[in-house]
Design a protein around this ligand. Structure first.
Ligand SMILES: [Zn+2]
Length: 244
């Protein structure tokens, strides 16, 4: 097992793929998000909060049966880089969420996204200890949890300067427990995200950017690098043959 999980915010691939990711579920908005993705026939990665799993086990099963990928987003959505936090506490947050997900799906995630994207060498080491291989950051994300218009959310993603092949895009299908219940009269609930997705997914496809899971991006990257190694080797073989 490596000493620290590998962290990245972008994955280079030969063909034009992007990863769509959703944080802070499962929630009442997970199934509507899933519905949009199903209509367009695309896959995404959901970083789920362990403490929300028991009440939304069915939504998690639907994600899994629709071949979306599930990642760990800690048990209680706490800041893992907070002052005085211990390695033990970080491991407990990751392990409890991993166990909650495994109890429903019989699979333990190897992808992890730290709450608020806040990571550190300590977090990466604790993650590796808990069987996590990758800490998944993001360059293209929207503050959809604050925005009250779906067109603004869609524009934030589609006009983002880092939107390109290999980008990891982040939206939110839930609300973390540390933010409390939905505020009275809030217009920034996740319906705006669901509506925005109706614009975002077809626009990505029109641009030739196919949404896939994060693991699929990683697999594509590996294939590309293996292909390069093979072609470098065949060039080397050809030149050694021509010398002999
Ligand atoms: Zn989060």
């Amino acid at each position: 097992m490596p000493a620290a999980a590998h962290e990245f915010a972008f994955v280079r691939t030969k063909k034009h793929f992007v990863a769509l990711t959703f944080d802070d579920g499962p929630s009442e908005w997970t199934s509507p998000v899933c519905e949009v993705l199903r209509n367009w026939g695309v896959q995404a990665t959901f970083f789920v909060i362990g403490s929300a799993v028991a009440d939304r086990a069915e939504a998690l099963r639907t994600l899994h049966s629709d071949r979306h990928e599930i990642g760990n987003h800690t048990q209680n959505h706490i800041d893992l880089t907070g002052a005085g936090i211990t390695t033990e506490e970080i491991r407990t947050e990751l392990d409890r969420a991993g166990t909650a997900i495994e109890s429903v799906l019989a699979v333990r995630p190897t992808l992890f996204r730290p709450p608020g994207f806040r990571s550190s060498p300590l977090v990466r080491m604790a993650a590796a200890h808990c069987g996590i291989r990758y800490v998944v950051q993001s360059q293209v994300w929207s503050q959809d949890y604050k925005l009250d218009s779906s067109s603004t959310i869609a524009a934030e993603i589609l006009n983002h300067p880092d939107l390109r092949p290999g980008a990891i895009i982040t939206l939110h299908d839930g609300r973390p427990p540390d933010e409390g219940p939905w505020p009275e009269g809030s217009r920034a609930d996740r319906w705006r995200t669901v509506e925005a997705l109706e614009t975002i997914v077809p626009s990505l496809l029109e641009q030739g950017l196919t949404p896939v899971t994060v693991s699929e991006l990683i697999r594509r990257n590996l294939l590309m690098r293996l292909g390069r190694m093979a072609s470098t080797r065949s060039v080397r073989d050809r030149s050694s043959t021509s010398r002999s």
